[in-house]
Design a protein around this ligand. Structure first.
Ligand code: PGA
Length: 252
């Protein structure tokens, strides 16, 4: 059975003090996390160690970074490596978020290198894919996402691919208040799973957790998570409010 995951992507928000408060509020929210359910928190880099301390020994809680660099180590001022992230206790790393692709020009090829470094260092990548509005309007979103998957993931063997979590985040839905409808999310998730099945076989594809991201909130999470191929969410704005994020976690 594939895991159900709800991940909090804080992006570039909150002070350390606010972040600590948010984690403590979540830990105090009495979340029910049966076997196979995971909560992943992705704070900014400077707070990773602190959040790790707060969630250590809390079953079902895991730590993610929001990015890592595409080289192993060396003279890359300001960058952070996968090995560093693992050394401070990160379990996951978000890679290929559309904001990274857009503002930092990350390409599918560079992301393939990041995926390899993450996996080599024992980090599970949360690989983001998703189309911009003009692609959705032209109804070519399936081909667009298929290319992202092929160019960043298909060099992996099946065992490596099984470490990857995929997050489908239509760019037009991120931070805009426009959520994909449950049907739009399900259609794309089923398409992604079918693509993975064609490449890796159905058993592997059935094992891959595919998250939805883009203006997910307490009011729409139940409907999204009820879709057979939606295995949870990558939550931005609503992850900054403990009660909202807790409600989303409890929406399965
Ligand atoms: P949002 O962000 O929930 O604020 O739309 C989701 C994401 O970018 O991961």
């Amino acid at each position: 059975m594939r895991k159900k995951i709800v991940a909090a992507n804080w992006k570039m928000n909150l002070t350390l003090e606010q972040g600590e408060q948010l984690v403590n509020d979540l830990l105090g929210a009495g979340l029910q996390l049966p076997e196979g359910r995971e909560v992943v928190i992705a704070p900014p880099f400077p707070y990773l160690l602190k959040v790790k301390q707060l969630i250590s020994n809390k079953p079902g809680f895991f730590l993610a970074a929001q990015n890592c660099y595409s080289e192993k180590s060396g003279a890359y001022t300001g960058e952070v490596s996968a090995e560093m992230l693992r050394s401070v206790g990160a379990d996951f790393v978000i890679l290929g978020h559309s904001e990274r692709r857009e503002y930092f020009s990350e390409s599918n090829a560079q992301l393939a290198k990041k995926i390899d470094l993450a996996l080599a260092n024992g980090l599970k990548p949360i690989f983001c894919c998703g189309e911009p509005l003009e692609v959705r309007k032209a109804e070519t979103q399936n081909a667009y996402v298929a290319k992202q998957l092929a160019e960043s993931l298909y060099h992996l063997d099946a065992a490596a691919l099984k470490q990857v979590v995929i997050a489908y985040e239509p760019i037009w839905a991120i931070g805009t208040g426009l959520t994909a409808s449950a049907q739009q999310a399900q259609d794309m998730h089923a398409f992604i799973r079918a693509e993975l099945a064609a490449k890796y076989g159905d058993a592997v594809a059935q094992d891959i957790t595919i998250l939805y991201g883009g203006s997910a909130k307490p009011g729409n999470a139940k409907e999204l998570f009820a879709c057979p191929d939606v295995d949870g969410g990558l939550i931005g704005g609503a992850s900054l409010v403990a009660a909202d994020f807790a409600a989303i976690v409890q929406s399965f």
